[in-house]
Ligand binder design. Structure first.
Ligand SMILES: Cc1cc2nc3c(=O)[nH]c(=O)nc-3n(C[C@H](O)[C@H](O)[C@H](O)COP(=O)(O)OP(=O)(O)OC[C@H]3O[C@@H](n4cnc5c(N)ncnc54)[C@H](O)[C@@H]3O)c2cc1C
Length: 377
């Protein structure tokens, strides 16, 4: 074998950082308009009833999303069940998506995911969507308050802020039933040990059986919060957890004279009222016609009069039908249906793709008739 030297020699194959970045940018962007299949790559057991599912595209995809946003999953349960799950991963690691799901007793979707979603399995999704996000790298002080699986949006914001290594001041308060229900506890401790801008406080309803528990014990109260975060009134608060927990936090902050303009929350229950999301969803008030139109449902044969301003979903309900729906704001896509004939005004918030609209699909929760119409329900 001869060794090539001198000017004619092939240069050694050294990958420069610039080349690596160029290579990285070659990964196509996840295009929510066309991309809709995720492949499960890994499953992690976080606590006794919480699992994290790691996904990527069939081919590598570059996911662009704001920490705190969610994906809508279409799960093959008795036909199809649609549920939203917040992306719990760092938005600064764009080639994979992670969701962290708590098993809800009797709940179809969470149990199906826990029992069936294994590496290699594919799932149909849409998104990302949602407005609950903050730029935690901004020159502001934040207080995250979460309970149970409500930790996921805050975890994504925290992981992203730490990955980006920008100066920030973030106090993360998390509440769980017991120490063994604490999701991401060890990872948060590690992040706090490496990032001086991150401070943590944990509280458990009960910790009796856990001798080594060093956090707070008891329900989050104003006196506990004042001990944990004496300057909480100077912070922007982001809150996520069960409805009653968030109601408690709202009341507590209100009592303390907290400026609720700086309070943002995310509900995992679309049926519940949410307070002060970062940017209000675009108004779903449709272009209201002053006419009444006839809505025919082709599968069931029902026909109803739809009065001015009434959505097709409301008309279907008036007819005694129970079409699938969830967010009622044109976000989640659960109520996607086929418009067979007629004109409608649809004010959606990202829950439907343009190509689906081109195929005659509509979201009935945010659509009102502009003529007599027929819908495939
Ligand atoms: C924007 C958004 C983001 C979400 N992100 C997450 C997430 O990151 N992780 C996650 O586990 N869930 C998340 N959820 C909730 C998720 O969509 C499902 O509602 C949940 O998995 C239960 O679905 P299910 O079909 O198993 O049970 P369902 O039949 O939908 O619910 C059964 C009962 O459990 C209650 N319930 C629903 N979710 C929870 C929960 N997480 N903890 C306690 N009780 C609950 C419901 O109010 C209902 O009474 C999110 C919901 C929304 C709207």
């Amino acid at each position: 074998m001869t060794q090539q030297n001198g000017p004619d020699a092939t240069p050694p194959s050294v990958t420069t950082q610039e080349e690596m970045l160029t290579e990285a940018t070659r990964v196509p962007l996840w295009d929510p308009e066309y991309d809709d299949v995720l492949v499960c790559r890994q499953v992690r057991q976080e606590t006794h009833d919480v699992k994290t599912f790691v996904f990527s595209g069939r081919e590598p995809r570059d996911f662009r999303y704001y920490p705190g946003q969610f994906m809508t999953f279409e799960l093959p349960i008795e036909g199809m069940v649609t549920r939203c799950y917040t992306i719990s991963a760092s938005a600064a690691r764009p080639y994979r998506l992670e969701i962290t799901v708590k098993r809800v007793p009797g709940g179809p979707a969470s149990n199906w995911l826990h029992d069936n979603m294994i590496p290699g399995k594919e799932v149909n999704v849409s998104g990302p969507g949602g407005e609950f996000t903050t730029d935690a790298t901004a020159d502001e002080k934040f207080l995250f308050i979460s309970a149970g699986s409500g930790i996921t949006p805050m975890m994504s914001m925290t992981r992203t802020a730490c990955d980006l290594s920008e100066p920030y001041d973030l106090h993360f308060v998390h509440a769980a039933r017991t120490p063994s229900d604490m999701i991401f506890h060890d990872e948060l401790l590690l992040l706090a040990s490496q990032n001086s801008g991150l401070k943590l406080s944990f509280t458990c309803d009960t910790a009796a059986a856990h001798h080594r528990w060093t956090g707070f014990t008891g329900r989050l109260s104003l006196s506990m919060l004042s001990l944990m975060s004496p300057d909480f009134k100077d912070r922007k608060v982001f809150c996520c957890g069960p409805g009653r927990f968030m109601e408690g936090v709202r009341n507590m902050l209100g009592e303390a004279g907290f400026d609720m303009e700086k309070y943002y929350e995310e509900s995992f229950d679309f049926g519940a009222e949410t307070a002060g999301t970062l940017e209000e969803y675009a108004s779903v008030a449709p272009e209201i016609s002053d006419q009444t139109f006839r809505v025919s449902f082709s599968k069931t044969g029902h026909v109803v009069e739809c009065s001015p301003g009434m959505t097709i979903l409301s008309a279907a309900r008036e007819a005694g039908l129970r079409p699938m729906s969830s967010c009622q704001r044109g976000i989640c896509g659960t109520c996607k249906s086929k418009l067979i004939s007629g004109d409608i005004d649809m004010q959606h918030n990202g829950g439907i793709r343009q190509r689906e609209i081109d195929q005659g699909k509509i979201l009935i929760c945010c659509s009102t008739p502009l003529s007599d119409i027929e819908v495939e329900i």
